[in-house]
Design a protein around this ligand. Structure first.
Ligand SMILES: *[C@@H]1O[C@H](CO)[C@@H](O)[C@H](O)[C@H]1NC(C)=O
Ligand SMILES: *[C@@H]1O[C@H](CO)[C@@H](O)[C@H](O)[C@H]1NC(C)=O
Ligand SMILES: *[C@@H]1O[C@H](CO)[C@@H](O)[C@H](O)[C@H]1NC(C)=O
Ligand SMILES: *[C@@H]1O[C@H](CO)[C@@H](O)[C@H](O)[C@H]1NC(C)=O
Length: 380
């Protein structure tokens, strides 16, 4: 075979081996903790006490992830009702104390450690009552609900947050965690408003836009909730004037529920449709939540999933769920024998947590060596 015939093949092979995973890391969950009430008592845990009810990161464990594990990405959760207390309403006026605590975590990750940080309002596209998240609170932009924050308020909120990080190239803006049970058309409107707010602040960093149905990858092309149109019908209509927006996707626990011990939903087949959709629309995606329990079946499936992302150019990064400073022995998913991904902690059975099991078996061997280390967060 002539060399000219071989060349395209060589390039294709290289592209496959070195597919473009730019970002890899972990979900730092805790900034949204302490507000759940089993009776739905409105205002539970608000504003909350820093490092008692909520906390963002443990700087020492972030250092372990960056220095020893060589990851470059952290998803840092916060609560909009803490950033914008109910007495202020959603918008440009922030609780400066909470903001400063959050910014300190973001600056540690990005400035001190040189990694990227995803700012994640953990609000399910709802604002005003997180007491029974993910189902409580008014859907943002619901014009039939006089207590709902408006789409314009959401745009203002994002404009303000983005302007505070406009000079930090290593942040990524996550529009909202897991919207669900709302008209997909309204979600498109809210996502577009966030993009407009961010870009009008002069911020050029990467934006991640979620879909409906808890932004589930497996259901991207399906009707979700009570007849809500598929995300695939709408999210290709988003307009980012500088084309630096990717789709935010979750595939929690690979069984969707986040609580089962066995992984029964293989990532590659479940993500096949959204990958096709991404390709058709020339879009990229980031898997910002997935996980698996402390058992062989899940080790295999998490490994398969991360390898699938690496083999498909539509995927630019991933963060597994979840580490964070105040999980204690609790498991973010997958049963008492799993525990969180926070290094050095134990699970509910008094054994080493998922950092020593799931991370060690399925994640560490898959952390790419050529992650993005410099420059403005983006699609390449
Ligand atoms: C933070 O992490 C370090 C290193 O694992 C650990 O020694 C320390 O106890 C942690 N601090 C808190 C408050 O959990
Ligand atoms: C702002 O946040 C701090 C720290 O959580 C809290 O002590 C304070 O009460 C909050 N203020 C408002 C107006 O919610
Ligand atoms: C919008 O508000 C109305 C009135 O409260 C409510 O009936 C409806 O379910 C809300 N829509 C969504 C998507 O939450
Ligand atoms: C993928 O798309 C095909 C064709 O539209 C459909 O039949 C199938 O159910 C979809 N699979 C999933 C997991 O959504």
């Amino acid at each position: 075979m002539k060399l000219s015939f071989l060349l395209p093949f060589i390039f294709l092979t290289i592209a496959t081996v070195w597919a473009k995973i730019l970002y890899a890391g972990v979900n730092e969950s805790g900034g949204e903790f302490g507000v759940f009430s089993s009776t739905g008592a409105k205002g539970t845990g608000l504003p909350g006490r820093f490092s008692v009810d909520y906390a963002f990161i443990n700087k020492s464990t972030v250092d372990i992830f960056v220095d020893q594990e060589k990851v470059n990405f952290f998803r840092v959760t916060f609560l909009m009702e803490r950033m914008c207390p109910l007495s202020f309403g959603l918008g440009r006026k922030f609780n400066e104390t909470y903001f400063a605590e959050f910014a300190d975590a973001i600056n540690h990750i990005t400035v001190k450690k040189g990694a990227y940080a995803l700012l994640d309002p953990h609000n399910y596209m709802r604002y005003n009552d997180p007491s029974m998240q993910p189902f409580s609170g008014s859907v943002i932009g619901n014009t039939s609900d006089p207590t709902a924050a408006t789409t314009k308020q959401f745009e203002d909120f994002w404009h303000e947050l983005a302007s505070r990080f406009v000079l930090n190239p290593k942040v990524v803006f996550g529009i909202n965690n897991e919207p669900h049970d709302m008209p997909t058309e309204l979600l498109l409107k809210n996502n577009q408003a966030a993009i407009n707010g961010i870009r009008s602040a002069g911020a050029v960093q990467l934006i991640l836009a979620p879909g409906n149905g808890f932004t589930g990858g497996h259901s991207w092309t399906q009707v979700t909730g009570n007849g809500d149109a598929p995300s695939s019908d709408f999210m290709n209509k988003l307009v980012d004037p500088i084309r630096n927006t990717a789709i935010d996707v979750h595939e929690v626990n690979i069984d969707f529920s986040g609580s089962h011990a066995e992984c029964t939903q293989p990532g590659p087949s479940n993500l096949a449709n959204i990958t096709t959709w991404l390709k058709q629309n020339s879009l990229k995606a980031f898997l910002s939540e997935f996980g698996g329990g402390n058992n062989e079946n899940c080790f295999q499936q998490v490994d398969d999933l991360v390898k699938y992302l690496a083999a498909n150019d539509e995927w630019i990064g991933w963060t597994i769920w979840a580490a964070g400073p105040i999980w204690g022995t609790a498991s973010p998913c997958c049963g008492a024998d799993t525990g969180s991904l926070e290094p050095g902690m134990l699970n509910d059975l008094g054994q080493p947590d998922a950092f020593s099991t799931v991370w060690a078996k399925s994640i560490r061997p898959n952390i790419p060596k050529n992650l993005k280390r410099n420059g403005v967060s983006g699609l390449n």
